[in-house]
Structures are given as structure tokens and as C-alpha cells.
Design a protein around this ligand. Sequence first.
Ligand code: PLP
Length: 383
Amino acid sequence: MAVSTKNKIYLSSPHLTGEEQKYVSEAFSTNWIAPLGPNVDQFEQELAAYVGVNHAAAVSSGTAAIHLALELLGVQKGDSVFCSSLTFIASANPILYQGAEPIFIDSEPASWNMSPRALEEAFSFAENEKRLPKAVIVVNLYGQSADMDKIKEICDTYRVPMIEDAAESLGATYKGRASGSIGTFGVFSFNGNKIITTSGGGMLVSNDEEAIEKARFLATQARDTARHYQHSQIGYNYRLSNVLAGIGRGQLKVLNDRVQARRSIFSIYERELRQVHGIDFMPEAGYGKSSRWLTALTINSEKTGVTRDEIIQALEKEKIEARPVWKPLHLQPLFKDCSFYQHGEKDVSKQLFEEGLCLPSSSNLTEEEQAYVILTMKQKLGI
Ligand SMILES: *Cc1c(COP(=O)(O)O)cnc(C)c1O
């Protein structure tokens, strides 16, 4: 185990193939070092084809894509937006950029994703108040799709558009359809820790051609068609660089392998640890296939005799990066005044946060490294 103890083992690290170089070199040799160019156009088309959506706009981050989606749906000051609570802050920050109010929705135990029951409750309350949200942001957590048919049916009943935050679920499926392809808008991220990366980047997808055209317009400072620089509305500098889009094109070619690798990593953890009384893995809901972007599990310290944080510390000592499950947004100081709808009697997302652990899941994690992570955990658990 000497090798594993020397190198730090990351939660989710970039995994390049060498294919990326070809597209990046092309950008250099043709002098397309700009936030537009052939790699950007091709990356958009290739990603749209992969997820089975007609149109895509490449942008500088997943956060930017969510922001543009909200802008396109007309979200503004005084509006409210429903959003999954158990997620990374980036899902909800753009609601604040628009001056709107986030309202958080709890998780369901079966998928750890947005609870249709809590969503329904939030909607009926909002309807009574005559204040329906302008949009619903549904997050597909750790590589797994939320229960989209149920959620979409509720959104459709109230005629509210759905944004699918698929930043963590590129490569996953829901009832055979690509994750991120179901909402009015889908959002992907190519940050360094995601399943494929451009070092930083994002994509907004939709079947609405006009909306995607508008997204590109807004992402390039909302410049009117005129020779002089003319602007009639607020815009952003959100386009993806042609160099980075080249990395994305190379990465997209191996996406299916990356999903396979992460799923195998998950099954090895599960095989080795599932018999531990008090450890439960994030379930895979029957309606789809998760990419298992991160292997997540819960540790019930009463049953295991060890807390989640003690496990993290033990791993840290061995230079292994592990993290708690996202701290739910309704528990964040930033959102302390926001409403939250929970899944029945229990705050599911809070419990997942208190007991949840994410383990190293990089697609380039070696067998030896993973064995070392498992060994370290078993030692701490005393088994
Ligand atoms: C990573 C992530 C984002 C944001 O993506 P960036 O490209 O880092 O801006 C949004 N939502 C979720 C759920 C994420 O995990």
C-alpha cells in the first residue's frame, strides 16, 4: 500500500484522455483563441446530440447556464423560484442574482432528490397565496435523476416551467431518456470535479431554438445587430472559450466509459461495505440509471459506533479526500429566511446531511487506491 499513502486521493479529479489535445491544438493552429469558434459550435452540437435535445449554448459555467435559464423565463425581483434543498449552492445563487426569492423543497428517501410530495405541498400553499413560482429548479443529485415524470406533472398542472440542474448527472438516464433532457431547460457543468470537464464550463440545452439563440445573445453582452456597439438590455460575458470547448469535445467522446468507471467504483464500495450494520448506500431508483458521479452513503453512528466525521478524519489522515453530503440550502446562513417544504414529518435532506458521506469516485481512481480507501474505513469501523 506504499504507493497509495504517498499520493493524495481526491474525491473527483479530472481524467483526460489525450484526445483533447487534438482539438485544443486545432484551436491554436487556426488562431481561434476566442469565446467563439468551431470547437464551440461543434461541442454544442455534439452535446445536444448526446442528450437528445435540439439546441445547446456553451457557456462559462453551469452557474451561468442556470442564471441564463432564469433570465429567459423572466424571473425577476419579487418573483419566487422553487429549488431542491439538498444541492450545491450554485443551484440557487442565480435566483438571488435575479433578486428573486428561493423556496426550498426537501428530498425523498428513495432517490435523495426532490420530493414530489413536498413539491405538491409547496405548490398548493403558493396557489392559496396567489403567488405561484416563476420556475422550479430540480437537481439530479450525485449522478441520479430526480423522479421527473412526477415532478413535471405537478409543474405542468400549475403551468410552471422546470429547469433541470443536471450538472452532476451528465451520462445518467431517466426511463431511457438522457438526464438533463426533460426540463424546459437542462443545465450541465464541466467544472474540474464533474464527470467530464473543460476545466470550467457549462451548457444550457433546450428544444426551444429561439430561447437558446437568446441565451447566446445574452451571454455575449446582449449586443444588438448593428455595426456600432449598441445595447438595449442587460447582458453577460458568459460564453465558453473555443480552447476549452476543444477539451470538452475530447472528453465527450469518453463520457460513456467514464459513467461505466464510476458505476464500477460504486459497486466495489457497495460490495465491500454494504454488510456493515448502519451503512446504507444512496439508492438507485428503479426508473433510471445513475452515473454514480459520487458514491454517497449514510452512516448511522448508533449502529456503527463511529460517526461520519470520525470516518472523514480517519481518511484525511491517510490523505484521502471524503466529504459530507451537501449541506441543505435551507440550513445555510445565506438562506436562513427562506421557506422550506419538507417531506412529511421528517426533514429528509437534513438527516442525509447529518449522516451522509461522499467517497473518492474519480474515474481514474485505481483499484489499489480504492482498496486503500476501503481498508482505512474498515479499520476505523473496527471490522
Ligand atoms: C457543479 C454544480 C453546479 C455549478 O456548476 P459550475 O460549472 O461549477 O458553475 C450547479 N449545480 C450543481 C448541482 C452542481 O453540482
